[in-house]
Design a binder for this molecule. Sequence first.
Ligand code: A3P
Length: 307
Amino acid sequence: MALDKMEDLSLNPVVSRAKLMEMEGVAVTQPIYSSYDKVRKFKARPDDLLIATYAKAGTTWTQEIVDMIQQNGDVEKCRRDTTYRRHPFLEWNIQEPPSLRYSGLELADAMPSPRTIKTHLPVQLVPPSFWEQNCKVIYVARNAKDNLVSYYHFHKMNKGLPDPGTWEEFVEKFMTGKVVWGSWYDHVKGWWKAKDKHRILYLFYEDMKENPKQEIKKIVKFLEKDMNEELINKILYNTSFEIMKENPMANYTKEFQGVMDHSISPFMRKGVVGDWKNYFTVAQNEKFDEDYKKKMADTSLVFRTEL
Ligand code: A3P
């Protein structure tokens, strides 16, 4: 995110939309590109937990569930800070303007263990130390069409991301992987393959919507915690879309002020499965499905686009 015009507007900084760079075949923003050498050398600790997703797959939701589990359901503790600062965003860094300065690496390095770290990196770009230390990873995947719709709206409201162009243009960009963090198809497939070699809990947004309690229990088990039904219900309630939408520590209204414009589209937008039907034309849908079949022919991974 580069500063376009220097303006002394600490709460309303003027930022220019990011330009896309290519890094090992993956589209990323300039700051990710220039700091990647440091990111690659990041020293993971054995008790780090990594939450990995393609952008807009349900990262924040999963982060809240994980934090609620780690804090034993203590709502106040979970509100100690924003999602963005509770869990360092590994590859994310902003130098300018000062009001937005952020370094996921610095935040992580300064954080006492056990840490929970967020990343949108495709599996092949994850710092090797996570694998060397045999860290646990929770990966969340969301069906391509809803993921695309959510990402389109996020581009519109987040002025730090590249201009999405028209809806038609954005669909094309998504299909060709010319969006930040690259191809959705490669991302979900890469992580799916990796789960056979590493300690990865691979979850689906659609399962979380259909049966959140069951998915929360999976995470509890993965984190080797023991929780009674009452505590699980408390976590279920506090991580529901309705509650998180109103939670300033989770809904991104306290971060990126002047960059994210929630009046264009709130961060907590709809939180449903199947919203793509409101955006794809019949022709677009056919073209998308045909291309999807080709791109996903080499994987056993199956998504649901409706419940
Ligand atoms: P929509 O834009 O479809 O509403 P991420 O955190 O990876 O950026 O993902 C954001 C998406 O997850 C948004 O999707 C957001 O509304 C949805 N989301 C966030 N919290 C949620 C929750 N508790 N339940 C369901 N969806 C949630």
